[in-house]
Design a binder for this molecule. Structure first.
Ligand code: G3I
Length: 375
C-alpha cells in the first residue's frame, strides 16, 4: 500500500517553513502530490543527478513525489558509451537518494535511437552490424544493466520511441531496426524479462494517444503479447500544449489501452506554454526561431489557463480508475525543463507545476484538487 504521509526530512521541513514565511497558501504548503494521489496512482518526476546537489530541489522532490525517472542517467550512452565499460555512478546516486527517501525508481531506457552509442548496432563505417552481433550487444547491455538494478527499480521503459511518425511506415528504421529487423522489440522485452523477472516492462512513446500512432502502438502491444512477452504498461509521454491535444483524444487512447489489458503510464507530462510547430518530442526536430514571450514570468491568466489544462487531464485520468498506474512530470520545476531548449534553444518556458523559485504554481493546486476529487 502506498504510504500517504511520510516523515518529511529536516531539509523539507526547512523549505516548508520558508515557504510559509513568504505567505504560500496553506493548501500549497500542506498538501503533497503523492499524498493527494494516495493509492490511486504513483506521481513521479524526471530528474538529473545534478538536481540533487541543490538542497531546495532535493527537498521538493522527496516531499512531493512517489518516484523518480532519471532523465538521462540510465540511457545507453550514459551507462555503456564505450563497449564493456559500464558507468553506473550517476544512476546509482539517484537510486540511493530514492531509497533514502522512500521513493521508487523507473528505469529509462534500455533501447532508443537517441543517446545511444553507435557501436551497439553499427560497425565503424556506420554499416548495420550482422543480426547476431547486434542481438549479442543488445542482450549484453540489457542483461548487465537490468541485473545491476535488480530489486532497485520498479520497471523499465524497455524500448523508447520505436514507432514511426511517417503515416505509411510502422516502425522507424533505427540502427537497431536496420541491424536486427522488426523483432528487435520482442527480443529487447525478452532479454529484460530474463534479466529481472520481477521488473515491470513498458513500451514508451510520444503521440501514442493520437489515433494514427495509437493504432500502430496497439498493433505493437498485440505483437509483444502474442510473442509471450511481459508488458505491464504503455507509456504515453504526454508532451502536450495549451491548445493541443483535446482531452477527449487522451480519454479515447486510455480506453483503447485499457481494452488491451495494459496499464498506462503518463510518463513524461508537461504543458508547453510557448508556440511551436512540432508536436510530440522528436529531439532532432529543431526550430531556428520562435516567440519567447514570457521571459520575465507567465502572466497570471495564462498560469490559470495552464492549471485548467492540467485539471482537465487529471479529470480524464480519474475517469479510468486503475488504468493509469503512474503520472510522471518531465522535470520538477520550470527552470530544468527540456522545453527551455526544444524545439528552439534558449527560451524561457513554464511547463511544470513548480516555478523557478520552487514555489507551487496554480497548476499544482489544480492537480491536487483533481486528485483529491477523484475516487
Ligand atoms: O551532458 C552534456 C554536457 O556535457 C554538455 O555540456 C551539454 C551542452 O549542451 O550537453 C549535455 O548533454 C545534454 C543532455 O541532455 C544532458 O543534459 C544534451 O545536449 C541534451 O540533448 C540532452 O537532452 C535530453 C534529451 O532527452 C535528449 O534526447 C534531455 O535532457 C532529456 O530530458 C530528454 O528526454 C527525452 C526522453 O528521454 C524521451 N522522450 C522525450 C524527452 C524529451 O526530449
Amino acid at each position: 500500500m502506498k504510504q500517504q504521509f511520510r516523515n518529511v526530512s529536516i531539509a523539507s521541513a526547512v523549505v516548508l517553513s520558508v515557504l510559509n514565511l513568504f505567505g504560500t497558501s496553506a493548501s500549497a504548503a500542506d498538501e503533497t502530490l503523492r499524498g493527494a494521489a494516495g493509492d490511486k496512482m504513483l506521481i513521479g518526476t524526471a530528474i538529473m543527478a545534478s538536481d540533487l546537489a541543490d538542497p531546495g530541489q532535493a527537498a521538493l522532490i522527496s516531499q512531493q513525489f512517489d518516484c523518480i525517472t532519471p532523465g538521462n542517467e540510465m540511457k545507453p550512452d550514459a551507462l555503456q558509451n564505450v563497449k564493456g565499460t559500464f558507468t553506473f555512478e550517476k544512476g546509482d546516486a539517484i537510486v540511493a537518494f530514492a531509497q533514502a527517501h522512500d521513493m521508487k525508481v523507473v528505469g529509462h531506457t534500455l533501447v532508443w535511437h537517441n543517446q545511444s552509442p553507435a557501436w551497439l548496432y553499427a560497425d565503424e563505417s556506420g554499416k548495420p552490424l550482422p543480426r547476431d552481433q547486434a542481438l549479442a550487444n543488445m542482450k549484453d547491455h540489457i542483461t548487465k544493466v537490468v541485473q545491476h538494478y535488480k530489486g532497485k527499480i520498479i520497471g523499465w521503459d524497455v524500448v523508447n520511441e520505436a514507432i514511426s511518425d511517417k503515416p505509411a511506415e510502422y516502425l522507424s528504421d533505427t540502427p537497431a531496426h536496420k541491424a536486427i529487423g522488426d523483432d528487435y522489440i520482442v527480443k529487447a522485452f525478452q532479454f529484460a524479462h530474463e534479466a529481472d523477472p520481477d521488473a515491470q516492462l513498458y513500451y514508451n512513446d510520444y503521440n501514442d494517444e493520437q489515433p494514427e500512432k495509437l493504432a500502430k502502438c496497439v498493433r505493437l502491444l498485440k505483437e509483444l503479447k502474442d510473442a509471450g512477452c511481459r508488458v505491464d504498461a504503455v507509456g504515453i509521454q504526454g508532451h502536450w500544449m495549451m491548445e493541443w491535444p483535446p482531452a477527449q483524444t487522451i480519454d479515447d487512447a486510455i480506453a483503447a489501452y485499457e481494452k488491451l489489458g495494459v496499464k498506462v503510464n503518463v510518463s513524461e507530462l508537461d504543458i508547453d506554454v510557448l508556440p511551436r510547430n512540432t508536436t510530440g518530442a522528436e529531439i532532432t526536430a529543431t526550430e531556428k526561431s520562435g516567440i519567447d514571450s514570457f521571459k520575465s514570468g507567465l502572466p497570471s491568466e495564462l498560469a490559470q489557463k495552464q492549471a485548467d489544462r492540467y485539471r482537465s487531464f487529471f479529470e480524464v485520468f480519474a475517469k479510468h480508475p486503475g488504468a493509469v498506474a503512474r503520472v510522471t512530470f518531465w522535470g520538477t520545476h520550470d527552470g530544468t525543463s527540456w522545453l527551455n531548449d526544444w524545439p528552439v534553444k534558449g527560451r524561457t518556458n513554464h511547463p511544470l507545476l513548480f516555478g523557478r523559485d520552487l514555489k507551487p504554481k496554480p497548476a499544482f493546486d489544480a492537480v491536487i484538487a483533481a486528485l483529491g476529487a477523484s475516487k
